[in-house]
Design a protein around this ligand. Structure first.
Ligand code: TRP
Ligand code: ZN
Length: 881
């Protein structure tokens, strides 16, 4: 088997390591073309495993020397692994020294040690450490690290690694060194180093116990003024984890470093988090309210990994959700707690559910469907998914619901009491939460509850109601089913917490509670009612399921008007809009005409005297094209796009006076602050402006496009400026062109703003097939660079993955573009290429001729020789669908 033609890895095949590595001393002579790495380890045989050779992982390394106990030794290279057979017998520790070189400047995969903007960075999760040195590259091997960095002093003045700086000084030839010792044992995926010309904002803080810490945020010179929000988010994160979970910062020094070349969002390396600049840098003139919110949640997420991921880590990569699902749950709670009052918390919950339903539900219904704890993979990078992260967080949230807030905190305490310093499994986590809550529903139902970890697919809850007027009895029947997924034809019932309420016709709450559904079908009954109630089911989205209930419009309008649960209030509006969208999609020859009750209800929300602007913005945003597509057996994306656009156009015109009022009434004065209230007002004003520009399109009235252009020019923050620009682009007004040109000129030196500029054009509504030619032309723009993942995502992904109406062209030109880019990217960065490959996951549901054309495009990619494991796994699974 040659390197890169690996086999499928199975969870059931887990074996403990044959050796333990206790200490690692790494010495780096950093050079972009040829970096020398000396790795001195102390190892010992694992007494619990039969005697066998040592097999160390390595990838794209040049091996110079191997010494055991200071002496030369024989070794073999097998399938990329370094195999040592003649090691000391017995269980005494021995020393192994390995000297290798690598070429960071040529590392376009951005895994292992790479160069970005003349600085060095590392990314080791999941399996990048093997690209730095030969090692047991698996998370259950935890070692103590000492790291010596040597580099040219002028080019690389800052030298960072995990833990504490214990020594630094000058060397000959203009070089210098820094020595770092990490006081905590860790798996190698948490190793990091950074070297380059960086500057930092720093802040000293004291924890509740009085312990002092140094917090630092490192960026390129010139970006320092954009680090205040990240630093504040970090300070808030430290305080929150201590207050909410009693988890303190366990390091003297905690560093965040930003790089503009990064495959994902950020990485929780122990004490040295490395971030995509997108999740660090913010100023009011370059970042939107959404950017500010994302920075807060990603800074929180990585910080919270310090306990959930780093102190307790994963036994193997199948357990990835152990740290990711739990840490996403924690960052969601953090953002809600910082948002403050109930309405702002609900807005955050709705946004999180929207991500789950538009990204995770489709994943769970397609060829890449996998359990939260997968059973097999070809390439682990492909399993950093919305299922592992977001559905994993919902599974943790259901445990939280079943044991309560205090019970969950107790469960977390027991988890750390039992497992601090260990590499464990999802079972260990669930067991700890259950054991800390004897007598709880979770403890009682634990084996069945854990099916959430092993079963893929989104369960459907079928609810039906019977009203017995004579007896005053209301009976709810709840059933559950789950469609088959690849490799799992039959599903068992899961534990589904269903939060509910019953409303009377005045909107008063008659009953509320939590029903824990465990059987395929169960019945609930309510006595002594005067009239048939309206059921509010799955409040707060209490489980990651599809709820099927045959709501009538009157019931939905009642929920929208009165439900005490803000989530279900929003959900009622989504159901009203979805029902209409599906009806129009099904009737291609009927006009898209919205009924007065629906339009009036939307007006009622928009004009509501007490509801928050942020909530109104969510209610008045129609379900996404992707979400509508998920409800259909056969999908014609351009048709869905046309229907949704027509609905939006009608809302624009029918509510024009209301949108004008909303725009005027939601202007935000004073200094810029990205808090939930001001952000919500800006969001609603932005939505209003878009609708006003759309309405102007029908009437050819230049007033609102003129106002949008004016706002675009005068705005004092990026949120308002970008919303105005977007209103012009979305409405297709001729002022969009000069505005885009001006925007580019204003921000030509701001990479993250240029990403927005590319993304806006690639995501624009299609008008006669105009988006693809524009995208192809933008590929030639001097600012485009396919090697930079943020830039590639902003142009290519915004078109292929986020603009279904423009991508799924009947002439298949979108698919041709997609296959070209997947293959081009695969030669540069397979991890990014494999993400793009997933844009055609749902090909099998497309209407002909799109379906056949999409399949052909996937087959073309699959036929390419030398495909990475990453892309090969995605296209092979797609074709098997
Ligand atoms: N552990 C990181 C997080 O969720 C994810 C991550 C960052 C990652 N970079 C990566 C995963 C590269 C795989 C490859 O916070
Ligand atoms: Zn994470």
């Amino acid at each position: 088997m040659r390197e890169g033609q690996a086999a499928v890895i199975h969870r059931a095949d887990y074996q403990p390591p044959a050796f333990w590595i206790d200490t690692v001393e790494l010495c780096f002579d950093l050079d972009p073309a040829k970096t020398r790495v000396l790795n001195r380890m102390r190892l010992r045989r694992n007494p619990d495993v039969p005697v066998q050779p040592l097999r160390l992982d390595g990838e794209e390394l040049n091996l110079a020397r191997v010494l055991v106990g200071g002496q030369g030794t024989s070794f073999k290279l097998e399938g990329g692994q370094l195999v040592l057979e003649n090691l000391p017998e017995g269980h005494e520790p021995f020393e192994l020294e390995i000297f290798t070189t690598c070429a960071p400047a040529k590392n376009t995969k951005l895994m292992g040690l790479y160069v970005s903007n003349d600085s060095f960075f590392t990314q080791c999760e999941a399996e990048g450490f093997r690209r730095i040195t030969y090692f047991l590259d698996r998370p259950d091997v935890m070692a103590s690290y000492t790291v010596l960095l040597r580099a040219d002093r002028r080019r690389y003045p800052v030298l960072l690694s995990n833990g504490n700086l214990v020594d630094q000084g000058e060397l000959e030839d203009g070089r210098h060194y820094a020595k770092w010792v990490d006081p905590h044992r860790k798996p190698c995926y948490l190793f990091a180093l950074v070297a380059g010309q960086l500057v930092c904002r720093e802040q000293r803080i004291a924890s509740r116990s009085g312990q002092e810490h140094l917090l630092q945020v490192y960026v390129r010179p010139g970006d320092l003024d954009k680090t205040e929000h990240a630093m504040n988010s970090l300070i808030d994160s430290v305080a929150w984890d201590e207050a909410r979970f009693g988890l303190p910062l366990d390091l003297e020094r905690f560093m965040i470093v930003a790089t503009s070349d990064f495959n994902m969002g950020a990485m929780e390396n122990k004490g040295l988090n490395i971030f995509n600049t997108k999740y660090v840098l913010a100023s009011q003139s370059t970042a939107t309210d959404t950017d500010y919110a994302n920075i807060e949640s990603v800074v929180g997420h990585e910080y919270f990994h310090n306990w959930t991921g780093n102190r307790v880590t994963c036994r193997d990569w199948f357990q990835l959700s152990l740290k990711e699902g739990l840490t996403v749950f924690r960052d969601q709670e953090f953002s809600q707690d910082l948002a403050g009052e109930a309405s702002a918390r609900a807005v955050k919950r709705i946004e999180d559910v929207r991500v789950l339903r538009t990204a995770q539900f489709p994943e769970d219904a397609g060829p890449m469907a996998h359990p939260v704890r997968p059973d097999q993979y070809l390439e682990i990078n492909n399993f950093y998914t919305v299922t592992v992260y977001e559905k994993g967080a919902e599974v943790v949230r259901m445990m939280y619901t079943l044991v309560g807030r205090d019970g969950f905190r107790r469960g977390m305490q027991l988890y750390f009491q039992r497992h601090d310093g260990q590499a464990v499994t999802c079972d260990d986590f669930a067991q700890a939460i259950a054991d800390a809550n004897p007598g709880s529903k979770l403890a009682e139902l634990l084996p069945q509850f854990k099916r959430w970890y092993s079963q893929a697919g989104t369960p459907r809850v079928q609810a039906s109601a019977r009203w017995d007027a004579a007896a005053g009895t209301y009976t709810l029947t709840l059933g559950q089913t789950c469609p088959p997924t690849p490799g799992q034809p039959v599903k068992e019932p899961v534990v589904i917490p269903v939060a509910y309420g019953l409303l009377d016709d005045q909107g008063r709450e008659l009953a509320s509670g939590l029903h824990v559904l465990t059987q395929a079908s169960e019945t609930l009954s309510f006595q002594g009612l005067q009239a048939e109630p309206v059921p509010s089911l799955l409040r707060g989205f209490s489980a990651p399921v599809v709820l099927e209930f045959d709501y009538g419009d009157a019931q939905l309008l009642a929920l929208l008007a009165h439900d005490t649960d803000p989530f279900n209030r929003w959900e009622a509006a989504q159901r009203l809009a979805l029902a209409r969208a599906l009806r129009f999609v099904a009737q291609p020859h009927e006009p898209v005409a919205l009924d007065a009750p629906f339009v009036d209800a939307m007006r009622g929300i928009l004009r509501h005297p007490t509801l928050d602007a942020a909530f109104k913005e969510l209610v008045l945003t129609l379900p996404s094209e992707t979400y509508i597509a998920e409800q259909l057996e056969v999908v014609d994306p351009p048709r869905i796009h046309a229907v949704r656009e027509a609905m939006r156009q009608q809302l624009a015109q029918a509510l024009q006076a209301d949108w004008e009022w909303a725009w005027e009434a939601h202007q935000v004065g004073g200094a810029y602050r990205p808090d939930p209230v001001s952000s919500g007002r800006r969001a609603l004003a932005g939505l209003a402006l878009t609708h006003l520009c759309l309405a102007a399109r029908a009437s050819a009235d230049p007033v609102w496009p003129g106002k949008a252009y004016q706002r675009f020019k005068d705005a004092s923050n990026m949120t308002d400026r970008f919303n105005a620009l977007s209103a012009l682009v979305v409405s297709g007004h001729e002022l969009a062109r000069p505005a885009l040109q001006r925007f580019h000129a204003m921000f030509k030196d701001e990479a993250l703003v240029l990403d927005k500029w590319f993304a806006l054009q690639a995501g624009a509504p299609d008008r006669g097939g105009n988006v693809l030619p524009a995208v192809r032309q933008l590929m030639q723009h001097p600012d485009f660079n396919i090697r930079n993942p943020n830039r590639a995502r902003s142009l290519i992904f915004s078109y292929c993955s986020a603009n279904p109406g423009a991508f799924h062209r009947p002439d298949a030109a979108g698919y041709v573009f997609w296959s070209e880019r997947v293959m081009e990217l695969d030669a540069i960065n397979p991890q990014v290429a494999a993400r793009l490959a997933r844009a055609l996951d749902r090909w099998n549901k497309l209407a002909e001729p799109l379906r056949g054309a999409a399949r052909e495009a996937i087959a073309r990619v699959a036929a390419k020789p030398d495909l990475s494991n990453d892309v090969r796994e995605i296209v092979t699974r797609a074709l098997a669908d």
